[in-house]
Design a binder for this molecule. Structure first.
Ligand code: F0G
Length: 404
């Protein structure tokens, strides 16, 4: 296994555990290249299932259970049993969206209530491996909470850069609870990330999704989903897009599994952005090949309030490989879809509801078959943003004496 520049025209390679976030030759993002497998897909599928009966920490983790496709060399991993997230069928929401076969993969049901844990278990394990003492990230809230938790487990200090007054207080509270140092930055997530990258403390190990090890962990969502579907890909996988790390990771998983013969057909990936923070959707519609940042991103789905997504080229590769596409939805559509997911007894945070909002739109426009098998990725738990819920029901909030 090794690191490689994600620009195929450059293709510079580095040692797997080299501490670089960008290609030293051209500056593009790096990615992990998995070595050839020693066993057949059928054997590995059996091994992965058999691990479910084990209590060894690496087998209990829904990430490390798939370790043949993950970076290696670690004597210990920092894990809290992340992953193992069920597929839950949508009922009222399926009707509402005009679909018959809608399933949610709820990544909000992770240790810190968000998909970021799946990446952090690998990212923080790597940070320990390279001898880092402190880890840092810029965040719209969830990465910060997850980083803080995994850093605490590993005995590392955590520093998080948050856009001031734009992070849900539940997420901020989590980061504080896990003992992170919080830096509030004026401006958006993009400004916070720039600030982090300018941090002169070279000791700080960066754990945003530009870190290729994080994406390796997030990749396992597709492994687990396909295993749950007996390795039969759905027609569509729908995923919210912010910094576009998650969609890139899912794409990488699908490319690897397809190339290695674990699946015969691919799901089409649909990336959904909020209308006020939609640089990829704009680029997609315009047919341009270069992303123009949205200077002042604005959406009430604060998790994806990002104007300059760093992983857009990797996400585009995922879209090309899976014959996918990008769309955007309004804040009103997000709020409506979020409330419906709550009524289905599932619940999620606003950014996750972009998925259902998009599906309803596609179905109304006749762009998706009623019988299509669809998996919508719910990225965060409903309790991640309780102000959003209380604000949507001010009368109830006032009756209960809650501050909305
Ligand atoms: N959904 C939720 C709940 C998120 O927190 C994020 C990103 C996304 C979707 C989008 O994922 O960035 O990989 O495209 N949150 C980051 C954070 C930016 O700092 O917590 P992406």
């Amino acid at each position: 296994m090794h690191l490689r520049c994600s620009d195929p025209e450059c293709g510079t390679t580095l040692e797997l555990h080299e501490r670089e976030l960008a290609c030293p030759v051209c500056g593009e993002l790096l990615e992990v290249v998995i070595g050839p497998l020693a066993v057949t897909p059928a054997e590995l599928k059996r091994t992965w299932l058999a691990r479910k009966t084990s209590y060894a920490p690496r087998d209990v983790s829904g990430v490390w259970r798939f370790r043949e496709f993950l970076p290696d060399g670690y004597s210990e991993v920092v894990t809290m049993g992340e992953g193992n997230n069920p597929l839950v069928s949508g009922r009222k929401t399926a009707d509402w969206a005009g679909l018959r076969n809608l399933t949610y993969k709820h990544l909000g049901w992770n240790p810190t209530a968000c998909f970021k844990d799946l990446g952090m278990t690998v990212g923080v394990t790597e940070a320990v491996y390279v001898g880092a003492k402190s880890v840092g990230c810029a965040s719209t809230g969830n990465t910060a909470a997850s980083l803080a938790a995994y850093a605490a487990r590993a005995g590392l200090s955590a520093k998080v850069y948050l856009p001031a007054r734009q992070v849900s207080r539940n997420k901020l509270a989590q980061a504080l609870d896990f003992g992170a140092e919080v830096v509030h930055i004026e401006g958006s997530f993009d400004a916070a990330l720039n600030q982090l990258l300018a941090d002169t403390n070279r000791e700080l190990y960066f754990l945003n999704s530009i870190n290729p090890f994080r994406l390796e962990g997030q990749k396992t969502v597709m492994f687990e989903m396909l295993e749950q579907l007996d390795w039969c890909a759905p027609d569509y996988v729908v995923v919210p897009g912010g910094n576009l790390g998650n969609s890139s990771a899912f794409g990488k998983a699908l490319i690897e599994l397809h190339a290695a013969g674990f699946i015969e057909r691919l799901p089409r990936m649909i990336i959904v952005q909020a209308e006020g923070a939609n640089p990829l959707a704009r680029m997609w519609r315009s047919g341009r090949s270069v992303l123009e940042p949205v200077e002042h991103p604005e959406t009430s789905a604060t998790a994806i309030r990002i104007g300059k997504p760093r992983s857009w080229k990797k996400a585009m590769r995922a879209l090309r490989y899976t014959d996918g596409f990008v769309m955007d939805v309004s804040d009103e559509e997000i709020a409506e879809a979020k409330a419906m997911i709550g009524r289905d007894g599932i619940g999620c945070e606003p950014a996750s509801a972009t998925t259902l909002a998009a599906l309803r739109k596609l179905s109304w426009q006749g762009r998706i078959d009623r019988d299509a098998a669809v998996v919508a990725i719910l990225t965060g738990h409903a309790l991640k943003d309780t102000d959003f819920i209380l604000k949507s029901q001010p009368h109830e909030a006032a009756r209960a004496g809650a501050r909305a």
